[in-house]
Design a protein around this ligand. Structure first.
Ligand SMILES: Cc1ncc(COP(=O)(O)O)c(C=O)c1O
Length: 240
């Protein structure tokens, strides 16, 4: 047998053979979009698939391959793709106008529904992304307390605005990510979530902390769970 016919077909080979249209689109995307992707989580080697449609738990790429979709709209699609009730509601609303630039009834109803789910939410502010929400929350905490510092935890992700990136996905050694001012990083105290005595001491010896921000499910969306007892002081002292 020739070397060619005995060559092992790798997953990579098969992926490339089945996704030629995605490969072409990726090459095109790289000429207009940084790294050819519109969200970091779409980074895939050798290149991402380009999807053309989705329904329920499945999606199909531009080459016609069918996938079971474990992405689920980054976790947002509890009802799967294009649930008929969601499609009907979106179509009905889009026909009534796409950007009223005015207050309306449904924003009040929506805020009330959020309050029913999260009764401690005295007021609800809508933002377009989690990044904006955490940016706003930290600003609000500083405005309310008059204190400058934020306590964060290694590996806990809160979006990509300047003051929460270092130590979340990279720069764990305290170095400064490109494009971010050292003075901004100085406003964060970043501790390992498993070092409860150090967190406890920090909270009880400093008087300049406006807020503690963390992923309640643990770092990296729960992949690194919080230690048992997190949020409770070893000496039973309250953290806040
Ligand atoms: C805990 C947490 N905070 C903030 C964000 C940032 O959200 P967005 O990507 O909408 O800016 C994410 C996104 O995955 C997140 O999981």
């Amino acid at each position: 047998m020739s070397t060619e016919t005995t060559r092992r077909v790798t997953i990579d080979d098969e992926y490339r053979a089945r996704t030629r249209a995605s490969a072409n689109l990726y090459a095109e995307a790289c000429t207009v979009i940084p790294a050819g992707i519109t969200h970091d989580s779409r980074f895939t080697l050798p290149y991402p698939i380009f999807v053309s449609r989705a329904a329920g738990p499945r999606k199909w790429d531009v080459d016609g391959n069918e996938y079971v979709d474990y992405f689920g709209g980054h976790g947002a699609l509890l009802l799967g793709h294009s649930h008929p009730a969601v499609v009907e509601a979106v179509q009905r609303q889009a026909a009534l106008g796409t950007h009223w630039g005015a207050s309306h009834t449904l924003e009040v109803r929506w805020a009330q529904l959020v309050q029913r789910l999260i009764p401690s939410a005295e007021r609800v502010r809508f933002t377009a992304s989690g990044t904006e929400a955490s940016h706003l929350a930290l600003r609000l905490a500083r405005a309310y307390t008059g204190k400058p510092k934020i306590l964060r935890f290694v590996g806990h992700f809160h979006g990509w605005h300047g003051e929460v990136v270092a130590g979340a996905m990279s720069h764990f050694d305290g170095s400064v990510p490109a494009g971010i001012a050292q003075s901004l990083l100085d406003q964060s105290i970043v501790l390992p979530a498993e070092d409860i005595p150090r967190i406890d001491e920090t909270l009880h010896t400093r008087d300049d902390i406006a807020a503690v921000i963390f992923e309640p499910s643990g770092a990296s969306w729960g992949q690194v769970p919080l230690p048992p007892g997190f949020g409770r002081s070893p000496g039973n002292r309250a953290w806040c």
